[in-house]
Ligand binder design. Structure first.
Ligand code: SF4
Ligand code: SF4
Length: 108
């Protein structure tokens, strides 16, 4: 996810995890091992950044909305200093239900 402003750009690690599909499951967000179709794995940037929030083929969140929805991983610089922030989980492999849903192509 790119964000507006040079300062914001500077702190993003370009890890790309906020551009992975998420599963909202049992009250928590899980980051899944499936990238958004608009994520370029080489540049690690969005290929449709300017209109990403208006597209019908993806639900993309502004950084503030991603923070509010607890959709960012714990070590993301945008949230790691927020006290009490409940980060998106990355341990989807330990959840057998999610693993089964992924295997069936049923990403909620
Ligand atoms: S999870 Fe955070 S650090 Fe990683 S790409 Fe997204 S905004 Fe940048
Ligand atoms: S449209 Fe996809 S690749 Fe682009 S910022 Fe949003 S989630 Fe990331």
């Amino acid at each position: 996810m790119r964000v507006d402003g040079a300062d914001h750009e500077a702190i993003c690690l370009r890890c790309g995890r906020c551009c992975r599909e998420k599963a909202w499951f049992e009250g928590e967000h899980y980051v899944l091992p499936v990238y958004c179709l608009h994520f370029d794995p080489v540049s690690r940037l969005c290929t449709c950044y300017d209109d990403r929030l208006h597209r019908s083929d993806v639900e993309c969140l502004e950084i503030s909305e991603a923070i509010n929805r607890q959709a960012l991983p714990a070590d993301c610089p945008y949230v790691k200093k927020i006290r009490g922030y409940k980060a998106a989980r990355e341990d989807w492999e330990g959840n057998s239900t999610l693993v089964s849903m992924l295997a069936r192509g049923e990403i909620p």
